[in-house]
Design a binder for this molecule. Sequence first.
Ligand code: 13P
Length: 258
Amino acid sequence: MRKTMIAANWKMHLATHEASLLVHRLHQHIKTHRDIEIVLAPTMLTLQPLSLEIDRRRFRLAAQNAYFKDEGGFTGEVSFTMLRGLVHYAIIGHSERRIYFNESLEMIRDKVAAAIRNEIAPILCVGETKHERDARETRQVLHDQVTTALSGLTADEVSQVVIAYEPVWAISTFGGEIARPLDVAEALKFIRYEVSELYGQNVADEIRILYGGSVNEHTAGGYLALDDCDGALVGSASLNYHSFAAITDVAFRMSHQA
Ligand code: 13P
C-alpha cells in the first residue's frame, strides 16, 4: 500500500514569524489523518524553528533544495549532510531550479544521490515545458529526467524516492494552466512504466508518484482519483490554511473510499 502524501511547497514565501503563524493555523485546521502523510517544505531559514513547533505525528518537514557536496568551499550553500535528522524529505529538481538556476540533469542526479546518502528521501520533480509538450516530447523529457536522476541507485534506494510529476506549464509560476486529469494519468502511468523498466515491477508498485501544478481544493480530487496518483505537491494553495486543510480532507476522504 502506498501512503498518500500531500506536500506543501512554500517556495520563497513566509518569513519565520509568518511560517510559525501558518503552522499554528494548520495545527488547528488539519485533522490527524493517520493514512495521509503531510509534508511541509518551508524555506531553509525556517526549517529549524519549525522543527521545534510542529506536531511530528502530523507533519513532516522537507527542504526545498540542498547542495550535493557534503561540505567545503561552496559559499551560500547548505548540504544534505547538514539537513540530516532535521528533514525527512528534500524536493530535488523543481522546475524553478532547473529553469532559474540552470540545474542540469547531472546535477539533479548528484543531489538525489547525496540525499539518499544522508538518509533523506528525495521528492524528485519532473515535467515538460509548454514548448516540449507542443512538440510532443513529453515522454522523451520524462524518460531523460527519470533515467538520469535515478541512475546509480539500487532498487532499494529507488523505492524510497517520491517522484512528483509537475508539468511546467501547469505550475502557477509559469502560467498555471489547469492540466486535464486524463493527460496527467497518462504521464503518471508512463513514469511508473519507466521505473518498472529500470528497476522491476516491485519497485514500480512501491514508488509514490505525486501530481503538482495549480492543485487546489477544487481540483485535487480529480488528480487523487487517478490509479497512479499517490498524492499532491501543492504550491500557492499551500500558503492558505483553508485551502491546504481542505486538500488534506479530500485526500483523506478518497483514501477511505478506495
Ligand atoms: P502551484 O501549486 O502554485 O502551481 O505550484 C506547484 C509547485 O510548483 C509545487 O512544487
